[in-house]
Design a binder for this molecule. Structure first.
Ligand SMILES: NC(=O)c1ccc[n+]([C@@H]2O[C@H](COP(=O)([O-])OP(=O)(O)OC[C@H]3O[C@@H](n4cnc5c(N)ncnc54)[C@H](OP(=O)(O)O)[C@@H]3O)[C@@H](O)[C@H]2O)c1
Length: 189
């Protein structure tokens, strides 16, 4: 399965690079396509989405509503992992607007540094995620390829709301309290 990463910024290029190095086929989609980023092909958005098998969105949360509306038909059956946070809004996710798209939330609760360095004293951090059971195996494989341990919290807007709380906890501890961005969570036991 080829992964289509939308957005060539910090999160998009970091995740795409990790998956490529892990041997996972990946392409990127951009509003301003170039031939490649670190050897990963970068396509025009409509071209990339027309044949996408699994999409990861890493664009500003404020752009996600339009993105979902513009591509709802193309992506109707295509699993989508949304890493975008609508920072500043009451709800950070777009689980409701996703409609019939199999919508997952992952890679949204931690700063990008934790995807580059997922281990703490040799122990991998957990990545909490949500979404329907249908493509859980693929989503968990992508989380594990980053070096994190996947923990499923449920499906639908309620589960995405739970993850919003975790994102806010990360912002509070890492940024407001100044504990630093290399900070993650682990469920015990
Ligand atoms: N940085 C983090 O630590 C972190 C962690 C977790 C989640 N997130 C979330 O992940 C998302 C991306 O964060 P980032 O740090 O990677 O941001 P970024 O470096 O600013 O990259 C965002 C990318 O989105 C694309 N983009 C920008 N405006 C757009 C628009 N109006 N419509 C469609 N695409 C647009 C651009 O790629 P093109 O120019 O190629 O189109 C841009 O490079 C955000 O929603 C953020 O909240 C970030």
């Amino acid at each position: 399965m080829t992964i289509t990463v939308v957005g060539t910024g910090h999160i998009g290029s970091t995740l795409a690079g990790i998956w490529r190095r892990a041997g996972i086929p990946v392409t990127m989609a951009s509003r301003s396509p170039q031939s490649d980023v670190d050897g990963i092909p970068v396509l025009r958005l409509d071209e990339a989405l027309s044949s996408a098998e699994l999409v990861v969105t890493a664009i500003p949360g404020s752009a996600m509503g339009d993105f979902l509306a513009d591509h709802a038909t193309t992506l109707a059956e295509v699993p989508l992992i949304d890493a975008s946070n609508n920072v500043g809004a009451t709800v950070l996710h777009h689980a409701v607007q996703a409609g019939s798209i199999p919508y997952y939330r992952a890679f949204n609760t931690l700063g990008v540094e934790n995807f580059r360095e997922p281990r703490f004293d040799g122990t991998p951090a957990d990545l909490f995620y949500s979404g329907p059971p249908s493509h859980q195996q693929s989503v968990e494989a992508l989380i594990e390829a980053v070096g994190l341990r996947p923990v499923w919290v449920g499906d639908g807007p309620d589960a995405a709301d739970v993850l919003d709380g975790l994102t806010r906890l990360w912002f509070t501890l890492a940024l407001q309290q100044g504990r630093g961005r290399h900070l993650a969570f682990r469920m015990l036991p």
